[in-house]
Ligand binder design. Structure first.
Ligand SMILES: *Cc1c(COP(=O)(O)O)cnc(C)c1O
Length: 390
C-alpha cells in the first residue's frame, strides 16, 4: 500500500504491510525461506528468487522505512554498519574523498578508517556543528560524500542539515545523514536536502533491544547527477555483498516501528525530566542535550527536529573513576552499550562505546556519562540516578 499521504503513525503501521491476500493475516508473515518455487524456468512469482536478493518480510520493512523517511527506496541490512558499508563502498570508488564528523559514532569511524580508507577512499574529519568547517575540508572534484550524524554520539552535537546539504551539493558531493539518534519520527533529513539516510535499526527503530539491523533510504531526487543511480548501486551492493536483514530480524524491526511515535514521545518526556534533575545538581558540570537553550545547536535542533530525543550525556565532577563508580551503582538503569530501547541504559563512553577512538581527535572526556533514557516511569529513573550519583 502506498500511504505516503498519511501521517507518520499511520505509515508506520500500514506502509508495506497489506493484510495477506490469501489468509487475511493482519501482520506480515515471517517468510523464513531461502528460495522460491518458480513457475517454469525463470518464472518468478512477484520477483522472488533467492532470499539474499529479496525476501517478502524484508520487502515490507524496506517499503515501510522508505515511506517513513519520505524517500524513494529503502534497504534493510544485517546491521547499521553493514548499511553504512553499502553506502560507502557501494557509491564511492578508490581515489574519492569523504568528510566525516569528528564525533562520529565510533563504529562509523572504525569502518571509515580501517576498512574504507585502506580500500582507497581518503577522509577528513570536520566538526559538523560548524557547517563552514565542512566547506574547509572539501577537495574540489575529489570529495564525493559528506557524512553527518545529528545529534552526534555521545556529545549530542547538532549539524545543520540544510546548510550542509547546500555546501555538499555545491561541491558535487552527496549528503548522507545518520538519523539513528533522532529516529525517523523526530527528524526527516531527506526533506531538509539530504540525499541518503542511514539508520542503525538496532536502536530506536527496533526499539526493544532484541535485534541488530540497519537501513538505508535513498531520496526520490538525488541532488548530485553522478549519483542519480545511487539506489541501484546500493541494491547491487546489498545483493553482491549479502549483509541483508533476515526475515525474523526484519519482522522485529517492522513491529518496533509500529510504536515508534509513541515511544519517542515518551523517551523525550523522560529525557526532559532527567535533564531537569541533572540541572539541579552541583556535581554535574556539563549537560549535553539539544533541548537546552544553552546547547550551542539548540536553535538548529528546534528547527529540524520535532523534539530533542532520548539521549542525554553529562560530565560529573570528581574525575573519571568517580564517574565509573557512579555508573556501577545504578540498579534500574542497566549498564550497557547500545541505546534506543524501551529500557534505560547507562554507560561510560570513554571505556565502552568509544574506547576505540582513545588517542584520536574523537576521544571523549573521561568523566562523561551517557544515558539512553527509556520509557519506564520517570520518577523511578530519577530516584535510581540520584541514588547512584550520591
Ligand atoms: C549503533 C550505531 C551505528 C551502528 O549500527 P549497528 O547496528 O550497531 O551496526 C551507527 N550509527 C549510530 C549513530 C549508532 O548509534
Amino acid at each position: 500500500m502506498s500511504s505516503s499521504n498519511h501521517g507518520f503513525s499511520t505509515r508506520a503501521i500500514h506502509a508495506g504491510q497489506e493484510p495477506d491476500p490469501r489468509t487475511g493475516a493482519v501482520v506480515p508473515a515471517i517468510y523464513q525461506t531461502s528460495t522460491y518455487k518458480q513457475d517454469g524456468v525463470g518464472g518468478l512469482r512477484e520477483g522472488y528468487e533467492y532470499s539474499r536478493s529479496a525476501n517478502p518480510t524484508r520487502t515490507a520493512l524496506e517499503q515501510c522505512i522508505a515511506e517513513l523517511e519520505g524517500g524513494a527506496r529503502g534497504f534493510a541490512f544485517a546491521s547499521g554498519l553493514a548499511a553504512e558499508d553499502a553506502i560507502l563502498r557501494g557509491l564511492l570508488r578508490p581515489g574519492d574523498h569523504m568528510i566525516i564528523p569528528t564525533d562520529a559514532y565510533g563504529g562509523t569511524f572504525r569502518l571509515v578508517d580501517k576498512i574504507v580508507k585502506p580500500w582507497g577512499v581518503d577522509y577528513s574529519l570536520a566538526k559538523v556543528a560548524h557547517a563552514d568547517a565542512i566547506r574547509g575540508e572539501i577537495r574540489p572534484g575529489v570529495t564525493k560524500l559528506v557524512w553527518v550524524e545529528t545529534p552526534t554520539n555521545p556529545l549530542l552535537g547538532i549539524a545543520d542539515i540544510a546548510a550542509i546539504a547546500a555546501i555538499a551539493h555545491e561541491a558535487g558531493a552527496l549528503l548522507v545523514v545518520d538519523n539513528t539518534f533522532a529516529s525517523s519520527y523526530l527528524q526527516q533529513p531527506l526533506s531538509l536536502g539530504a540525499d541518503i539516510v542511514i539508520h542503525s535499526t538496532t536502536k530506536y527503530a527496533g526499539g526493544h533491544s532484541d535485534v541488530v539491523g540497519g537501513a538505508v533510504v535513498v531520496a526520490e531526487h538525488v541532488a548530485v547527477p553522478a549519483f542519480e543511480d545511487a539506489a541501484e548501486r546500493i541494491a547491487f551492493h546489498q545483493n553482491g555483498l549479502g549483509a541483508v536483514s533476515g526475515p525474523m530480524d526484519s519482522w522485529l524491526v517492522l513491529r518496533g516501528l509500529k510504536t515508534l511515535s509513541l515511544r519517542m514521545e515518551r523517551h523525550c518526556d523522560n529525557a526532559e525530566r532527567i535533564v531537569q534533575v541533572l540541572q539541579s545538581r552541583r556535581d554535574v558540570t556539563n549537560i549535553y542535550y539539544p533541548g537546552l537553550d544553552s546547547h550551542p545547536g539548540h536553535d538548529i535542533a528546534a528547527r529540524q527536529m520535532k523534539r530533542f530525543g532520548g539521549m542525554v550525556s553529562f560530565q560529573l565532577a570528581g574525575g573519571e573513576q568517580h564517574a565509573v563508580d557512579a555508573i556501577g551503582r545504578t540498579e534500574l538503569w542497566t549498564l550497557g552499550e547500545s541505546l534506543g530501547g524501551v529500557e534505560s541504559l547507562i554507560e561510560h563512553p570513554g571505556r565502552m562505546t568509544h574506547a576505540s577512538v582513545a588517542g584520536t581527535e574523537l576521544e571523549v572526556p573521561g568523566d562523561l556519562i551517557r544515558l539512553s533514557v527509556g520509557i519506564e516511569d520517570a520518577e523511578d529513573l530519577v530516584a535510581d540516578l540520584e541514588q547512584a550519583l550520591g
